[in-house]
Design a protein around this ligand. Structure first.
Ligand code: AMP
Length: 582
């Protein structure tokens, strides 16, 4: 398969402003892909070479990419840098320079060659790797056309900026290989159990939908996490859960999915990055405490080992380093509070109800100083729920996660639902809870901030339509440092026009690929003629907007854009707010 096909596909995606067109382009691409290449094309379509959990990254700087261009074009690096500044984008600079030089390759680049070389680049580490990576990349771009070099450059520095989401890929796979979008359910279940769309696509192409239905949990492949809805009134929580719930402390730490087979451990973050190397101490503690073959989930927190007291979330951030040393382990000692088990000795437990999974945990986990179960209480009245909530807060937790005890209380991999309801209260604002919103655009500031952005256009996520819908324009709560940091974080994700998955009425000065999630607080949710969240759902020609929004200072790097607060959650919050007022 020729790589030019992929380059044309990227171009089409970049030009489109419609999600349907985006899906159609993917369908076309997948249909024209030879069977044996489908997994590679799925990864490359989003600029990757492997699923995220493998941690395989190119680790290739823009500086190296400029050097590679200079070798191939035989011009000075400064000249290339000038072009990058002029065009604002390395890919575009490469494209223009190739055109100016009239470069047209004699040989055609194939997808196989591109994939294999990119993979080699990612796998090259250690001493002398920068030089080796450079040589490999030079060999690749010396065979590229102007359009191909544009996307190879963006791929290698991980700035493809197409914003294709998992749901769009799954829709396209279902349409391309089963003829109907309806079959996405099966693809989605398989993906939720394995977190590897390339692998699911391969099985789909080779063994059909029946093969996909047989895909099972595997140790080493993370399960996509189950997520909680939110409610802030105890009466509503109990009502939603049928009058009775398993209330667990909501620890404010880092969610970790643990996979164990004998001495082999894999630790995955909430975003499913491989973080095994970050917690050697936790692994040691678990060797004594958890079954030899299992997959479970815990919240990891920093504690004071002498008292066992939970330390604030910020302390744990000190463990987010590339190399964990004895210093980190001593200064920031961690403990794990296990709250679920999804797999035990070859058996998938995800379809068992929560009370059964909890019983399994109680039977299988040996409690130690550092490994414990999430504190839990069965509650059936609001007084007990309130009292337990305050007890959780006093013990350094964020609140509670109230869990359904019903027969159908399965582990809903990759889904946000009301089987788990989080109950947090933010006393500092009138709004019952904070919102995690995605930056989709920005507006230029005035006065001192003229020429820079002064406020950001923020959106929630709607999984039904796979769209990001706007909720507010936020300009307060940012420090000068925040503005600088945001500028750096957002620049690589700037795009020419509104992203096809963004649904907005307001016209931003700058548009971004949905990427960065920020925690936002505000006074209240009100009907809005300019925001598209809940459009027509509460009142005709009105959406919901957040009044007096403010950045809390918390960057949610642990959340992908699709993990942002959902439209359904915001509607629920709006309705609760009205009931409180009444
Ligand atoms: P949020 O991240 O705000 O959507 O809240 C859900 C998060 O609460 C999960 O992703 C976990 O990281 C965390 N959490 C803390 N304690 C528990 C618990 N007992 N059960 C489930 N999730 C918990």
């Amino acid at each position: 398969m020729e790589y030019s096909k992929l380059a044309e596909f990227y171009k089409k995606i970049e030009e489109t402003t419609s999600r349907i067109e985006m899906t159609n382009a993917l369908v076309e691409l997948f249909k024209s892909t030879p069977k044996e290449l489908i997994d590679e094309v799925v990864y490359l379509s989003i600029g990757k070479i492997a699923p995220e959990y493998t941690g395989l990254d190119y680790n290739f700087s823009s500086k190296s990419a400029i050097k590679a261009l200079s070798v191939v074009l035989g011009i000075d690096e400064h000249e290339i840098e000038k072009k990058v500044i002029e065009t604002g984008d390395l890919g575009e600079a490469g494209y223009q320079l190739y055109q100016e030089k009239g470069i047209q390759p004699k040989e055609k680049l194939t997808v196989e060659e591109v994939y294999n070389t990119l993979r080699k680049i990612a796998e090259t580490t250690g001493y002398g790797s920068t030089k080796k990576k450079l040589e490999l990349f030079v060999s690749l771009i010396s065979k590229a056309s102007p359009l191909e070099v544009k996307y190879l450059l963006r791929t290698i520095i991980e700035r493809l900026r197409l914003g294709i989401g998992d749901n769009t890929i799954m829709d396209a796979l279902a349409i391309a290989f089963t003829g109907s979008k309806e079959n996405r359910t099966y693809i989605e279940r398989a993906y939720n159990l394995t977190s590897d769309l390339g692998y699911v696509a391969k099985i789909l192409v080779e063994e059909g939908l029946e093969g996909v239905k047989k895909i099972k949990i595997q140790i080493g492949r993370p399960i996509r996490p189950m997520l909680a809805e939110r409610l802030s009134i105890p009466e509503f929580i109990l009502k939603k859960l049928g009058g009775k719930a398993g209330a667990e402390y909501k620890y404010d730490g880092e969610r970790i999915q643990v996979h164990r087979k004998g001495d082999e451990f894999h630790l995955f973050s909430r975003r499913l990055e491989n973080i095994t190397h970050q917690f050697p101490d936790l692994i040691e503690f678990m060797k004594e405490a958890i079954p030899e073959e299992c997959i479970l989930e815990l919240e990891c927190v920093v504690i004071d080992p002498s008292s066992g007291a939970i330390q604030p979330f910020q302390m744990l951030m000190n463990r987010r380093v590339k190399y964990v040393t004895r210093f980190h382990i001593m200064m920031y000692p961690v403990a794990g509070f296990i709250f679920d088990i999804m797999y035990l000795n070859g058996q998938d437990l995800t379809l068992k109800p929560y009370p059964e999974r909890r019983k399994t945990l109680e039977k299988e986990i040996k409690i130690t100083d550092r490994i414990n179960l999430a504190t839990r209480k069965i509650v059936d009245n609001t007084n007990d729920l309130e009292a337990f909530f305050h007890e959780a807060i006093e013990n350094g937790c964020e609140g509670l996660v109230c869990k359904s005890l019903a027969k159908d209380s399965i582990y809903q991999a990759g889904k946000r639902g009301f089987l788990w309801i989080k109950y947090k209260r933010d006393y500092t604002s009138h709004l019952a809870d904070t919102l995690d919103l995605v930056v989709v655009g920005a507006f230029y500031g005035q006065g001192q901030r003229a020429g820079y952005f002064g406020s950001l256009l923020m959106a929630c996520y709607d999984p039904e339509t796979d769209q990001f819908k706007t909720v507010c324009k936020v300009g307060s709560g940012f420090t000068e440092d925040d503005f600088k940091k945001l500028d750096e974080l957002l620049k690589p994700h700037q795009i020419e026009h509104k992203h096809p998955r963004v649904n907005a009425i307001l016209s931003a000065d700058i548009w971004y690929e949905p990427y960065l999630v920020l925690e936002i607080t505000g006074a209240e949710l009100t009907l809005s003629p300019v925001h598209t969240c809940a459009w027509d759902k509460i009142k005709l020609n009105r959406g919901l907007g957040l009044r007096f929004p403010r950045f809390t200072g918390r960057y949610r790097f642990d959340k992908k854009p699709e993990d942002a607060t959902t439209e359904a959650e915001i509607i629920e919050m709006y309705k609760n707010q009205i009931q409180i007022k009444i």
